[in-house]
Design a protein around this ligand. Structure first.
Ligand code: NAD
Length: 332
């Protein structure tokens, strides 16, 4: 963590506000102690989907500590809080990323207020410095490792068929998928082994970079709707939906998706489903708390505000996709 002190100083920082979730409070305190006076305060209430009221409390903590930068230690929830602060006051952000969601390398901030999740993009949102330390991920629970790894893979799969893709983003997407396909089963078998942890962070960096570089489509829109309006857990929702969104687009984007289909074998949707099942990922929306009665409204919301997707967004087909995902059926 010597690199962290260097990174703070490199941003001209003298007083960092350290951010974490309640779950990672002890880790954040340990890191804050190692920073000495560079750590001006700690805010450990980061939470999923970046609620604006939490950001307002964190802004008050930032001002009370007379901080001049933020250090986010954690996954997408904590990183989202750092981005939300920077969006409001332009604070330099240093991120120590500890999951595979990839938010640390995107200029995208999702926030929720009054049950609505909105997304903003902007250069000031992109963290200035990212530190990957696989030691800090050895304790990432296996189930979160699996679902956040599949969340990263979803960025890559959608990046492959993005309208504004380029040869470099596609190369990064395929390499990210390869790395995570290799690392996740090894993490499941041996969570404290540093090699696959390191490989997974590499894959996550690649997939996150793709997310930051090109546009996303059906998969991210569906997960955004399910997370924002039905309060489903972010990474697990991505894990359940990925095989189904890939199957929905498999034919329309067959050429672009071929490298992914080659990696996972057979039909991409079925191959991704089998991979997810083999690493113990959640497979059904009903297991995440989604109610059958809400599927119609979810399909309605996901088909609203038309957006580009390789295959047209048809309400009935989306409703069928959601039904399969709710039941946990294997897509063909
Ligand atoms: P998370 O940040 O919510 O972390 C999940 C849980 O795991 C938390 O309790 C956290 O404290 C704990 N945890 C994290 N790292 C740990 C570690 N190494 N050891 C032990 N415990 C650890 O989960 P996530 O999936 O990384 O992030 C989800 C959030 O990120 C969502 O709000 C989502 O919208 C956002 N996100 C944003 C982007 C973007 O580009 N804007 C991209 C991906 C995700």
């Amino acid at each position: 963590m010597n690199r962290l002190a260097e990174a703070i100083a490199g941003q001209g920082g003298k007083r960092a506000l350290i951010l974490s979730t309640p779950h990672q409070k002890a880790e954040a305190e340990r890191i804050a102690a190692s920073l000495g006076p560079l750590a001006a305060g700690l805010f450990h209430d980061a939470t999923m989907h970046t609620p604006v009221d939490v950001t307002e409390r964190a802004m008050a903590a930032y001002n009370a500590a007379a901080a001049d930068c933020v250090v986010a230690i954690g996954g997408g929830s904590t990183i989202g809080l750092g981005k939300a602060i920077a969006y409001r006051n332009d604070a330099p952000q240093i991120v120590v990323a500890t999951t595979y969601a990839g938010s640390e390398v995107t200029p995208i901030l999702g926030q929720t207020e009054n049950g609505q999740k909105t997304t903003v993009r902007g250069p000031g949102i992109l963290p200035e410095v990212v530190i990957y330390d696989p030691e800090l991920t050895l304790g990432l629970p296996v189930n979160i490792s699996v679902s956040s790894g599949l969340n990263a893979m979803a960025h890559a799969v959608e990046g492959l068929y993005a309208q504004d893709r380029n040869p470099i983003s596609s190369m990064m997407a395929v390499e990210g998928l390869r790395a995570l396909k290799q690392a996740l089963p090894q993490i499941v078998n041996s969570p404290r082994d540093i090699e696959p942890r390191s490989e997974a962070l590499y894959g996550s960096w690649l997939c996150g970079t793709v997310l930051g570089a090109v546009g996303m489509a059906l998969h991210h829109k569906l997960c955004h709707t399910l997370g924002g309006s039905f309060d489903l857990s972010h990474a697990e929702t991505h894990a359940v939906i990925l095989p189904h969104s890939a199957a929905y687009n498999a034919e329309a984007a067959a050429d672009a998706l071929k490298p992914a289909a080659d990696l996972f074998g057979g039909s991409l949707g079925g191959g991704l489903y089998d991979f997810a099942a083999s690493i113990g990922a959640p497979l059904a929306l009903r297991d995440l708390g989604m109610k059958a009665a809400d599927l119609d409204r979810a399909a309605e919301l996901a088909a609203q505000n038309p957006y580009w997707n390789p295959r047209p967004i048809e309400r009935e087909a989306i409703r069928a996709l959601l039904q399969s995902a709710w039941e946990g059926a294997r897509p063909r």
